[in-house]
Ligand binder design. Structure first.
Ligand SMILES: [Mg+2]
Length: 228
């Protein structure tokens, strides 16, 4: 049975010591990433190959699908090479579109104030991570930031979690993990992370996605703020 949000919120402010948070779609609006990969990159790709935007998008989506859930997918140097487009430079160009989801900073402050150990765990490439943390100034809230590159495996794989547990020394029973990708949540749950939560409304400009109902879901971090 799926635990309710209330139950998780209670655990968070009593027994939970470690809070692991995903970045893109969870803390930050995924609109930036969706716009980047589904609009801006196809536009550049179309120009480069003198093809239509539609054709470019079709070709790119096939490439994306092929590498989804792997380290390649998150490796922007890989994509620069694969597509012949300077991906980090292009991201830098639209960094003004990077936005933090509502109430995230209040939530992170509350975690810090109450002594929770807070870790950012992301599949993002370190170059993307740098651009995003510089723009949002969220880095100060985390005791540590780890990427799938540091761990040598994406969060979709159990190996990531084995290595993350060693690196961060969290206790699975006293840990809450929040992510907007269900496949990752399944891996984390199977690994034994006790409290798992889905972040809904990853992209603020898209309507809410349907999900499997395997995990409790929040639309906004205000749902997790401490009582009072
Ligand atoms: Mg995410």
């Amino acid at each position: 049975m799926v635990k309710g949000i209330e139950e998780i919120r209670e655990a968070l402010w009593s027994t939970v010591d470690y809070v692991l948070l995903d970045m893109d779609g969870t803390l930050l609006d995924k609109y930036f990433d969706d716009y980047f990969w589904e609009h801006l990159v196809p536009e550049k790709y179309a120009e480069k190959h003198s093809i239509t935007f539609g054709r470019a998008k079709e070709e790119l989506l096939a490439k994306y699908r092929h590498h989804e859930g792997t380290l390649n997918w998150t490796d922007i140097d890989f994509w620069s090479e694969e597509l012949g487009i300077d991906i980090p430079a292009l991201k830098e160009q639209i960094r003004h579109l990077i936005e933090v989801h509502p109430n995230v900073e209040d939530f992170l402050s509350a975690l810090n104030e109450r002594g929770r150990k807070v870790f950012l765990v992301t599949n993002a490439h370190y170059k993307t991570l740098t651009i995003k943390l510089r723009k949002t100034e969220l880095g100060k809230y985390f005791q540590r930031v780890i990427t799938s590159f540091d761990m040598g495996a994406p969060k979709e794989e159990p190996l990531f979690w084995e290595r993350a547990e060693k690196a961060l020394r969290f206790e699975k029973e006293q840990t809450l993990f929040v992510d907007d990708t269900e496949e990752i949540l399944f891996t984390a749950r199977d690994y034994g992370i006790r409290h798992i939560l889905l972040k809904d409304r990853a992209n603020s400009k898209e309507k809410d996605r349907s999900h499997s109902g395997n995990f409790p879901a929040i639309k906004d971090f205000k749902e997790l703020l401490p009582p009072g």
